[in-house]
Design a protein around this ligand. Structure first.
Ligand code: ADP
Ligand code: ASP
Ligand code: MG
Length: 462
């Protein structure tokens, strides 16, 4: 049994969805399919939700109407192309209309109430995957398979109620996923499950965080104890760096779980950073494959990779981050302040990407730019005017990270890395070495990031 997850580009339009259905049907059953929304749809849903909440009441209906027609058209067109049977398409089209109508009601509600809670946003975002799962399932049926579209919740993806970044509930999921999916699989039915979307214990829709369909796939894979989790995307696999940044990026045939996790964490968005853990605990291999070049072997992610090539395997970049600096902390208070700092940010769902050991009076850490405003509010609330002198921010920063298990115990690697960066005339703002010892990460000015990436890639992995 395997799980096959298809990302947004892979299910971007009708023709691509038909191609996805063919790839699924080539596999030996049982197969569970996990899908993302059609490429760009989640962004559109977030965009309209944020727009309607700001609109004057008189134009809400008109704007929502325009959006509704656009969504219906896009998904109807995809269905008409992908679902190649009159009978099946006549079942799929009304389902698309029904979902689009529910979406419209939700958007009107947000617009009139001028209130967009994380709960409402999750509900609105879920329509992307709910629409795509129906079309993919229809395409499979039209090719002669038995298939059913399920929401994550219907497939047993039960989470806490942390809307926007919901965390799975392992104790519930371990039975729920099997109970929901095994009866279908035994009857030869192919479940097509919405990635990214789950539900809390009250059945309210939650999402796992942007890019979270990969995570859905590995969670389902874990609880079904599948042979392999396949992540089908728009590049050949995990490459030595982001091909959009460096042209000569090469495919990495094999990586360890820890390396893949670090790479994803530091910006290789080809896989979601949380997706490795469920596969790792159940020792399930993950394979990253290209929907547009399916004969390529892709990248295999396993516990201990067989082929070790070079010390540094890949270079990743995280853009749009900010270095924050707490100033004026006395040495003696630092541990206590750090503890409070990370709890208050953690409780506010702000992920601290990197921390730098504090000097006598400073503590620096890195977070995503979009979270800075909230972080400052939370810090002001927690520390008031008392414990720290001030919070400095440095915007326009990127994190560069080099990853490779060969670095463990290897001497002089950090020196070579920093020498390369300095020879490229790039100033390093802050450094951190992950405790896993398979990565070295540092922050640079965003305008220098491309240069640093090219130089490191050229010296260590090209
Ligand atoms: P999907 O929609 O299939 O989930 P994503 O857009 O989330 O796909 O991830 C695929 C993209 O990740 C690629 O198109 C590529 O630009 C980017 N990427 C960043 N770093 C890497 C890397 N090291 N290897 C491969 N792709 C990478
Ligand atoms: N559609 C969601 C997103 O764009 C989830 C995913 O694609 O993995 O974030
Ligand atoms: Mg993705």
């Amino acid at each position: 049994m395997i799980v096959m997850k298809f990302g947004g580009t892979s299910v971007g339009d009708g023709e691509r969805i038909a191609n996805v259905a063919k790839l699924v049907l080539k596999e030996k059953p049982p197969v569970v399919v996990v899908v993302s929304a059609l490429g760009g749809v989640t962004d559109k849903l977030v965009g309209i939700a944020n727009r309607v909440v700001e609109l004057p009441t008189q134009v809400v209906e008109k704007e929502v109407g325009i959006f509704h027609r656009e969504i219906v058209l896009q998904h109807r067109n995809a269905a008409l192309e992908a679902v190649r049977s009159k009978r099946v398409v006549s079942e799929v089209l009304p389902k698309i209309s029904e979902l689009a109508d529910q979406l419209k009601v939700a958007l009107l509600g947000v617009g009139y109430l001028e209130d967009l809670s994380p709960k409402s946003l999750d509900y609105i975002m879920s329509f992307g995957e709910r629409l795509s799962s129906i079309i993919v399932s229809g395409a499979l049926e039209s090719m002669g398979a038995k298939s059913v579209a399920l929401t994550g919740y219907e497939a047993g993806v039960v989470t806490d109620s942390n809307f926007g970044h919901a965390r799975p509930k392992p104790n519930v999921m371990k039975d729920a996923v099997r109970q929901k999916l095994m009866p279908l699989l035994r009857k030869g039915i192919i479940p097509v499950v919405t990635g990214f979307v789950g539900g809390d214990e009250k059945g309210r829709i939650t999402t796992l965080g942007r890019g979270g369909s990969d995570y859905s796939a590995s969670l389902i894979g874990r609880y079904l104890k599948v042979k392999e989790v396949q992540i089908w995307t728009d590049v050949d696999g995990i490459l030595t760096t982001d091909p959009k940044m460096v042209k000569h990026a090469r495919l990495i045939p094999e990586l360890s779980y820890v390396e893949a996790m670090d790479l994803a964490y530091f910006g290789a968005k080809v896989i979601h950073s949380k997706m490795i853990e469920p596969a790792m605990v159940a020792n399930i291999p993950v394979r990253v494959l290209n929907t547009f070049n399916p004969s390529c072997e892709g990248t295999l992610i396993v516990r201990k990779q067989k082929k070790v090539e070079g010390i540094i395997k890949a270079v990743a970049i995280t853009k749009d981050v900010v270095v924050m600096n707490l100033q004026g902390i006395g040495m003696a208070e630092t541990p206590n302040i750090a503890g409070r700092l990370f709890s208050v940010l953690g409780n506010g769902n702000i992920n601290v990407i990197m921390i730098s050991g504090s000097s006598e009076s400073n503590l620096s850490f890195v977070i995503k730019s979009k979270e800075v405003k909230r972080a400052i509010e939370l810090l002001a609330e927690e520390f008031g005017d008392g414990d720290i002198r001030g919070v400095g921010t440095m915007e326009g920063v990127s994190i560069i990270s080099v990853v490779g298990a060969g670095m463990q115990g290897a001497k002089g690697i950090a020196a070579k890395v920093f020498e390369t960066v300095s020879n490229a005339n790039v100033n390093i703002i802050m450094i951190a070495q992950g405790s896993s010892e398979v990565n070295i990460a540092f922050a640079v000015n965003e305008k220098d990031a491309g240069k640093a990436l090219e130089a490191l890639h050229g010296r260590f992995v090209a």
